[in-house]
Design a protein around this ligand. Structure first.
Ligand SMILES: Nc1nc2c(ncn2[C@@H]2O[C@H](COP(=O)(O)OP(=O)(O)O)[C@@H](O)[C@H]2O)c(=O)[nH]1
Ligand SMILES: [Mg+2]
Length: 204
């Protein structure tokens, strides 16, 4: 649940980029940090876990308006995807308000996507949240690989395998080229803030 700082009139919420290892989560965040630097805090914080990193920085979605007279500050996080960092992933998901699931379009990663999605659902459940209810956007990343003749999974197949029940909005992307990164971010911000607004309606 978002943190409501009444004194400073700020609402802080947390969006986590989740997905299989090497799917492109860090690449998404690095692109956002550079391309939308007017909205971001001065520093990207990086916690090193061998071979992979947990990254986060603040994002100020200007122009999105205020909620209850408060400015909204968003923290964007990535998690390390490999199996051995299960506990880090659980920790990063604590208090999450919205999730971007970055799926790898590489055909050989089909199963890894599904396992990671299942892992996300399980970890959310431990947080008493449902993957069906939390603001969620899927991203099918690395679409550019098709140009190099590398086998990628057709979008319809990815949609069917991952999204048949979830029915989450999804975006095709090439994070390395910055394609689809902005629309993915914009949509998760919108869904998360809308959800927050709804939640705050019922509290004092
Ligand atoms: N071709 C291609 N490579 C990508 C894309 N996104 C990420 N990569 C590469 O995939 C590797 C893993 O990306 P990274 O962002 O570290 O994945 P993470 O483990 O999910 O954080 C890196 O070598 C990236 O350069 C993409 O859209 N297209
Ligand atoms: Mg990473």
């Amino acid at each position: 649940m978002a943190i409501f700082n009444a004194k400073e009139r700020i609402i802080e919420c947390k969006i986590v980029y989740y997905g299989p290892g090497r799917g492109g989560k860090t690449t998404n965040l690095e692109y956002i940090f550079k391309a939308f630097n007017k909205h971001t805090s001065a520093e990207m914080v990086s916690i090193n876990t061998k071979g992979d990193r947990t990254l986060f920085f603040d994002f100020l979605p200007m122009g999105i308006g205020k909620i209850r007279g408060c400015d909204v500050k968003v923290q964007l996080y990535t998690v390390p995807g490999q199996a051995r960092y299960a506990s880090t992933r659980k920790m990063v998901l604590k208090g999450v308000d919205g999730v971007v699931f970055v799926a790898d379009s590489l055909e050989v990663r089909r199963k890894a996507n599904l396992l990671s999605l299942k892992d996300l659902a399980d970890n959310l459940k431990e947080e008493s949240k449902s993957i069906f209810q939390i603001p969620l956007v899927l991203q099918f990343n690395k679409r550019d690989l098709a140009d190099g003749g590398i086998p990628i999974t057709p979008a319809e197949v990815m949609e069917k395998e991952m999204n048949r029940q979830l029915k989450a909005p999804y975006h095709l992307a090439s994070a390395i080229k910055g394609q689809g990164v902005g629309p993915t971010l914009k949509q998760i911000l919108l869904l998360t803030l809308r959800d927050l607004q709804r939640e705050l309606k019922w509290t004092k």
